[in-house]
Design a binder for this molecule. Structure first.
Ligand code: BTN
Length: 322
């Protein structure tokens, strides 16, 4: 009922009477009134004036399922979308739903994570309404060794979405961080469930720093947010819808492959290329120049003796960046 009343209020530019809403929905005015009260509790500002009725003044700027759906024009990603107030990790939550058979493209987002997970066993801090924390579940018909390109494709989509939505000149730090001004803005963590050589589902979790005005001192010189970079408070529901649309666009047009054009765009936006990097191989710390990304999304490093090595995971330190 709340969603139906909200849709009418959103579609209506001026005031609309409680009677008109109750007639449209075939319910009592009391039911409409209760729905309005519940919407107000969720953060929707709705004015009511005697003899005029109701008007929607503003929507909440915290994540809200209905508000996201209002802005979202996708076919697969976000067809099912769940917004939680708090959760340990949206990746863990969505993996559980994946095991229970949720549909391809399901999205789980949370206003807060209490046990957010990062790459390489690290944590990810997501305080209430600061970070856009969400996960997307896909059921690709692929072998487990083919899905490694999903994360860089997601990185490309998120980078393009941020550039489009905010105008910020952000870049991709291989393999899948998004950086702004040499500090980390976005982290991505994909997890896979496979059985008998086939992928059951892939959960790609994305954390975008949106509203933080500062970070704990351990990461203060490494992390940044959209607010710090632009000084703007963005509409999180509209922004999430934009990111989900970019994800769908990139996944569909590239058929979940690292196509020639995806690779070219990724390489153009990749801040790691042409820089000196440090990485570990067989326990040895090596220094090289990052020269190329290959069609599997691997980073090609050239040692000073011109030997080329491909790096597919692990930590790569890029000089000049956190
Ligand atoms: C990284 O270490 O850079 C990856 C961070 C990924 C964080 C996101 S937030 C949403 C999703 N849920 C998690 O627990 N982690 C990912």
């Amino acid at each position: 009922m709340q969603n139906k009343v909200l849709k009418i209020l959103m579609d209506n530019k001026g005031y609309i009477s409680g009677q008109a809403i109750s007639t449209q929905l075939g319910v009592s005015r009391q039911t409409v009134w209760k729905a309005v009260c519940s919407l107000r509790e969720k953060g929707y500002e709705i004015n009511s004036v005697t003899n005029k009725g109701y008007i929607l003044v503003s929507e909440p700027n915290h994540l809200d399922e209905f508000a996201i759906k209002k802005y979202l024009h996708s076919n697969i990603i976000g067809r099912e979308i769940l917004v939680l107030d708090t959760i340990g990790s949206t990746n863990d939550y969505l993996k559980k739903l994946g095991g229970e058979g949720c549909t391809n493209g399901t999205v789980a987002a949370s206003r807060e994570q209490t046990k957010g997970k990062g790459r390489l066993g690290r944590g990810w801090v997501s305080k209430k309404d600061d970070c856009l924390s969400f996960s997307v579940l896909l059921r690709p018909k692929m072998a487990p060794n083919e899905i490694s390109v999903i994360t860089p494709l997601a990185g490309l989509a998120v980078c393009k979405a941020i550039r489009y939505f905010t105008g910020l000149d952000c870049k991709i730090k291989w393999p899948n961080d998004i950086v702004a001004g040499n500090k980390k803005l976005v982290g991505i963590l994909s997890e896979i469930s496979a059985e008998f050589g086939a992928v059951e589902y892939v959960v790609t979790g994305i954390g975008i720093n949106v509203e933080q005005c500062s970070f704990p001192k351990e990461i203060a010189d490494k992390a940044t947010s959209l607010l710090i970079e632009t000084g703007i408070h963005f509409n999180k529901n509209k922004f999430l819808a934009c990111v989900l649309e970019h994800l769908e666009d990139e996944f569909v047009k590239n058929d979940l492959r690292f196509t020639h054009s995806a690779l070219a765009e990724y390489s153009d936006l990749c801040i790691t290329l042409d820089r000196r990097i440090t990485f570990t191989r067989c326990g040895n710390k090596l220094e090289a120049t990052a020269v190329e990304i290959d069609k599997n999304g691997e980073l090609i490093a050239e040692l000073d003796d011109k030997t080329r090595l491909s790096i597919n995971s692990g930590e790569v330190i890029v000089q000049g960046i956190y």
